[in-house]
Design a protein around this ligand. Structure first.
Ligand code: BGC
Ligand code: CA
Length: 356
């Protein structure tokens, strides 16, 4: 694959002792985006442009590809340089990338961890170099967030996505009595879970189903497994479930849209028509919602999160208040949490707006 040869190129380039600096072309699989080249900011004493060193846990993730584009777009309106790396789902590689970025003189780290448990290693590197860190999308544990005064988090309230997804499903379940195919009053569902241990995956799995209980509707879990946020893996799981108990499945609950797309392709192949719900509201799924192929999703606002990451990173790199010039709030876990929005055919336009 192209990505592999790019990675090899990166390794080769680094071993020649060459750093891929800002302004270089995009040969390495990293990309360097630059904001406007107006006067540098007052608080940046050296007069150099602020350099943000960012990583994405893997570019090959549906949702993260939008968040990454959002970051690249958001820096355009700022006087900053961005170095951004694909960590290719490899925590060791990400830590090396961070070392390289520090060697290149970045002023702030913006890190989408591969493994949320690796946050202390990143913080250690940041501390040694007196650098601020903004984690995003994969939330470190609370005690780790408290271990350094220059660390912040940008993400969401994971529970909220599960609750909203649950409410969407309940409204539709009530409005479509024929969805209860065996007429037993219970929802026979299958669940495609994201990466185990990921706060979003755990919370969505729990709270989406809990909403049914809160609404007094009984549920029966026919199958649950992780599709690791991934469409192809989800198709594999769904193929097995459909061939075993296709007739019995009344609802497909997915922790994200990538897996909802994977489930859809399996269900269509088998000739069934089963309501599917995801989370993220990525453009590919908005098209499926408009075509009545996916019933609903929950907007995970990649644009809002990307802007919050960039604003926070630039502010702290300049020694300013993290929230200066923004409408964001920090909670007691030093986190900016961007709200989720339930999306179905009636309001797809709200989600579409965020991709413009
Ligand atoms: C998104 C998933 C994505 C994951 C990556 C979640 O918030 O909903 O689609 O795969 O983040 O960490
Ligand atoms: Ca039923």
């Amino acid at each position: 694959m192209k990505k592999r040869s790019l990675a090899l190129f990166l390794v080769a380039t680094l071993s020649m002792g060459t750093l891929i600096g800002c302004g270089d072309s995009d040969k390495s699989g990293d990309s360097n985006a630059s904001g406007s080249s107006s006067e540098s900011t007052e608080n940046n004493k050296k007069g150099d442009k602020i350099k943000i060193g960012a990583t994405i846990y893997k570019y090959d993730d549906n949702f993260m590809s939008y968040l990454r584009r959002g970051i690249e777009k958001a820096v355009k309106s700022k006087d900053v340089d961005l170095i951004i790396n694909d960590s290719q789902n490899d925590q060791a590689k990400q830590l090396e990338q961070i070392d390289t970025m520090i060697a290149k003189g970045v002023n702030v780290l913006a890190i989408n961890l591969v493994d949320p448990k690796a946050a202390p290693s990143v913080i250690e590197k940041a501390k040694q170099n007196d650098l601020p860190v903004v984690f995003f999308n994969k939330e470190p544990d609370e005690n780790v967030m408290k271990s350094y005064d220059k660390v912040w988090y940008v993400g969401t309230d994971s529970k909220e996505s599960g609750v909203i997804q649950g409410k969407l499903m309940i409204d539709d379940w009530k409005a479509n009595p024929e969805w209860d195919k065996n007429g037993d009053g219970k929802v026979q569902y299958v669940m495609l879970k994201g990466e185990p241990g990921h706060p979003d995956a755990e919370a969505r799995t729990q709270y989406s189903v809990e909403e049914f209980k809160n609404a007094g509707i009984d549920t029966e879990e026919l199958a649950i497994d992780t599709g690791m946020w991934d469409a192809a893996k989800a198709t594999e799981k769904m193929d097995a479930w459909v061939s075993k108990s296709g007739e019995a499945i009344e609802l497909v609950i997915c922790n994200n849209d990538g897996m909802a797309l994977g489930a859809l392709s399996s269900i269509e192949k088998a000739g069934y028509n089963i309501p599917i719900y995801g989370v993220d509201a990525i453009p590919e799924v908005l098209e499926k919602i408009k075509a009545d192929k996916i019933a609903g999703s929950v907007l995970n606002d990649s644009k809002g999160q990307a802007e919050a990451v960039v604003n926070l990173a630039v502010n702290v790199a300049n020694g300013k208040d993290p929230l200066e010039g923004t409408e964001s709030k920090l909670d007691d876990k030093k986190a900016v949490r961007v709200p989720y929005v339930g999306i179905n055919k009636a309001n797809v336009n709200i989600a579409e707006e965020t991709y413009k």
